[in-house]
Structures are given as C-alpha cells and as structure tokens.
Write a protein that binds this ligand. Structure first.
Ligand SMILES: [Zn+2]
Length: 326
C-alpha cells in the first residue's frame, strides 16, 4: 500500500511544505524529517518519496496504480534504497553500500530516493561518509533522513538538509488518529483509547504502544491504590520487573496518581481515567492533593530507575506504604 499525503494527520505544516515541493518541482537533495518519536515522520517520508517515484503523481502524492507504485507497494522498487540500523547503529559499511549503488546508473528514468531511518542512529563515521553525498548528490537523487533527536546528528549533516518538523499533537488529535487505526480503534474500548491518548505526550506512536496496558491495567491499578492486597502487590511488582525497561510501564499508575491528585484538589477535574471516576473518587479523599502529588512524584522517580531487583522492591515498598501514609 502506498500512502498519500492526505492520510497524514495532525501535521498540516509539514504536509503543506511537502506539497509545495511537488508543486514547484524543486525537491531538495537532502530532506530531514525530525521530531518526537511516533508523530508520523517515517510514514510521511515514505508517502513523499512514493510521489517522487510515481509516474502519475497528483498534488496528493502517488497514484497507487502505476507500475512504479506497484513496485513500491511490493517493496521492490529498484530506485528506492532503505538504510536502517543493523545491531542498533547504522554503520559506515551501510552508507558505503548506499554510495556505491548511487554511483551506478539508475535502473529506470524515475528519480532515486534513499530513506535513512532512524538517521540519528548513524555512527559518526557513517555520518561523515554520508556528508560527501549530501554535499555533492548524484543528479535526480534525494536523501530522506528521519530522526527522532536532532541533537544526535552532526550539525554538518543537519545544515545540509531542508528540515521538516513534526510536532506533538493535542490529546484529542491523538485519540482521533488511534480510533481510525484498524489495529487500535476496532480492538480497544473508547476509554482505553482516550487514556492512552492522554498519556502519550502528543505522540500517536507512543499511544499505540500504551494501548494494551491501558486496556488491561487500569482497573488493577485503581484496585492497588484502593486497598491493601499483598497478592496483587506481588503480581504487579513481578509484571513491573518483567516489563523491564519500557518507559510505558509507568504510564498507567502515573495516570491513576495524577487523577487522584486532581480529584482530591476538588472541582470537576478533567481526568484521564474518566470511566473509572467513581472508583477514583472513592479513594481520592484519603489524601490531600499534595499527598497524591507526592505519590505521583515518587512513582515517577521509581519508574526511572534502571531495571534491577531494587526497582521491584521499591514498587512493593511504595504500594505497601500507600495505605499507611496520609
Ligand atoms: Zn503511481
């Protein structure tokens, strides 16, 4: 499947910039798609390059039907080169291979495009090797770099590319995007979609990673906050240990602690776990707003501990202590 530009949601500025490149026919040799992880950069880069390779491009990008679009859909277009990390980093050998391929005669009359993703995983040697190609690109060749963290790229690379910035989005937009995804909207409850969107920091990709935990974990965590149950505590700390390093692991308990702090401070607060409001209201009054905020902070600093035995013990101490403190 070849995406069109109009399928990119919540990134209007980036999309209008890409459309302008099509309109003017003035497509830079180096394009750098950058911004928070999970905001659609890779999807946008693929949609854009599909339009470059398509024979019947419209203002919205690739037609999806011509021979080039069909080759792209099947992942076999000879003019598209994809460079991605092997063993975590993009090594110099991969950039050399790219340069070799680009030095050969093109297979077809279409432009050539290389997608380097994530480009912020290039080793410094690989980046230096790429620099020469960015400075003197072969004719009709476009290098599309996708980077989550601009600061990890050498400034010499950044300055030779046109930057296309991807921004984090309001929670409502993230929720809409999730709802429209077959893998999410049909499989998950609206309450889980809403909670995942609220905890994702404006990134639909991150929200997608949170969905299973939001679906399954929220009730259990409200239970842990509401009563002392050693079995449930040990089960939670075991799961916490198994989840290892995932940053998403703390999202559910943090959302519960945040809601409790808001509810305890009074007023009709706009909470994340709206569907569990009654259960949360029953607990909220046990501590002051500041008390719950302290618990939130403790949980947050615990979630940042490296994955080790102490992390599990810290969670157990936290959960047992929760019912003893004011
Ligand atoms: Zn086409």
């Amino acid at each position: 499947m070849v995406d069109r530009l109009s399928s990119l949601r919540g990134q209007d500025r980036a999309v209008s910039l890409l459309r302008r490149y099509y309109e003017t026919g003035n497509v830079p040799a180096g394009l750098l798609f950058h911004g928070e992880e999970g905001t659609g950069k890779e999807k946008a880069a693929l949609a854009f390059l599909a339009g470059l390779l398509c024979r019947n491009r419209t203002e919205d990008g690739a037609c999806g039907e011509c021979p080039d679009c069909r080759l792209l859909s099947s992942g076999t277009h000879p003019n598209l080169l994809v460079i991605s990390p092997e063993n975590h980093f993009i090594q110099i050998a991969e950039v050399r291979r790219l340069k070799e391929e680009l030095s050969l005669k093109a297979f077809s009359d279409r432009p050539r495009a290389a997608l380097i993703c994530p480009a912020d995983r290039m080793t410094i040697q690989a980046a230096n090797a790429l620099l020469k190609t960015l400075e003197e690109p072969p004719p009709d060749t476009h290098l599309l770099l996708v980077a989550h963290q601009l600061s990890l790229l050498p400034p010499t690379i950044v300055s030779r590319c046109q930057k296309i910035t991807f921004r984090t989005m309001p929670a409502e937009t993230v929720e809409e995007i999730l709802g429209a995804l077959p893998a999410a909207g049909k499989r998950h409850t609206p309450a889980a979609l809403r909670a995942a969107a609220a905890c994702a920091g404006g990134s639909p990709g991150r929200a997608l990673l949170l969905l299973d935990e939001m679906e399954e974990g929220r009730k259990a965590w409200v239970g842990l906050f509401s009563r002392q149950d050693p079995h449930a505590v040990f089960a939670a700390s075991e799961a916490w240990k198994k989840a290892g390093d995932r940053e998403s692991q703390a999202a559910v308990p943090l959302s519960v602690a945040r809601d409790l702090a808001l509810l305890s401070s009074g007023g009709k607060a706009d909470i994340i776990n709206e569907d569990l409001r009654d259960a949360l209201c029953a607990i909220a009054g046990r501590k002051t707003g500041e008390g719950w905020t302290r618990e939130f902070r403790e949980l947050l600093s615990m979630s940042r501990l490296p994955p080790q035995a102490q992390k599990r013990l810290a969670l157990e101490a936290f959960l047992f202590g929760l019912h003893g403190k004011d």
